[in-house]
Design a protein around this ligand. Structure first.
Ligand code: GDP
Length: 191
């Protein structure tokens, strides 16, 4: 697994013709932790948090089989309006223009309802018919009974079936193998 590059616009060229899987989610949702857990490489997604790279598409090569594209986290309240616009433009152009995009892993916090930004993203993904896998993250923060209730609420709000979701925790490793398998399947399903 290797860091390929950090790209400020969505029109970047990658060396291999393999599927891209993009990770999206609001800031602080646990996206980096989950990427590290899924790829088994601690510190990999830390690249995405270095200055100058937090607003870019950060691309990693996963065993020569697929590219993991870490997109910037959205919805951070203290980000200036202009930066938000730039982010929306990047996300928009990434989601509409990438020929090799096989699907999106959308990381959501098990404890939170959808924000307006989440809903806007959902609309965009449905419009583009982008295959979605929802990673319901930080599951360890809730007891088992509440997890089921929260998962049902989140999937209900998104109108997505349970088989397009994985409940996971980067902290305990729960659901991480399942998430990895689901991503591999998504990468292979590519039309
Ligand atoms: P990102 O901004 O979406 O990339 O989020 P990070 O991966 O940096 O995580 C944000 C915060 O949530 C950090 O303080 C992490 O330690 C914490 N965190 C991430 N994943 C988990 C998890 O599965 N369980 C718990 N308890 N905390 C987590």
């Amino acid at each position: 697994m290797n860091f390929v590059g950090s790209f400020p616009t969505a029109d970047f060229q990658l060396p291999a013709r393999i599927p891209e899987i993009a990770f999206v989610g609001r800031s602080n949702v646990g996206k980096s932790s989950l990427i590290n857990a899924v790829t088994g490489s601690r510190g990999l997604a830390r690249v995405s948090k270095t200055p100058g790279k937090t607003r870019a598409c950060n691309v990693f090569d996963v065993d020569g089989r697929w590219y993991l594209v870490d997109l910037p986290g959205y919805g951070f309240a203290r980000v200036p309006h202009r930066e938000r616009e730039a982010f929306h433009h990047l996300l928009e152009s990434y989601l509409t223009s990438r020929q090799s995009l096989a699907g999106v892993v959308w990381v959501l916090d098990i404890r939170r309802d959808l924000s307006p930004d989440d809903r806007a993203l959902a609309d965009r993904l449905y419009q583009n018919r982008t295959p979605i896998l929802v990673a319901i993250a930080q599951a360890d923060k809730l007891p088992q009974g509440q997890r089921v209730r929260r998962t049902t609420a989140i999937l209900g709000a998104l109108q997505l079936p349970r088989n397009q979701s994985v409940v996971a925790s980067a902290r305990t490793g729960e659901g991480v193998d399942d998430l990895r398998d689901s991503i591999e399947a998504l990468a292979q399903d590519r039309p």
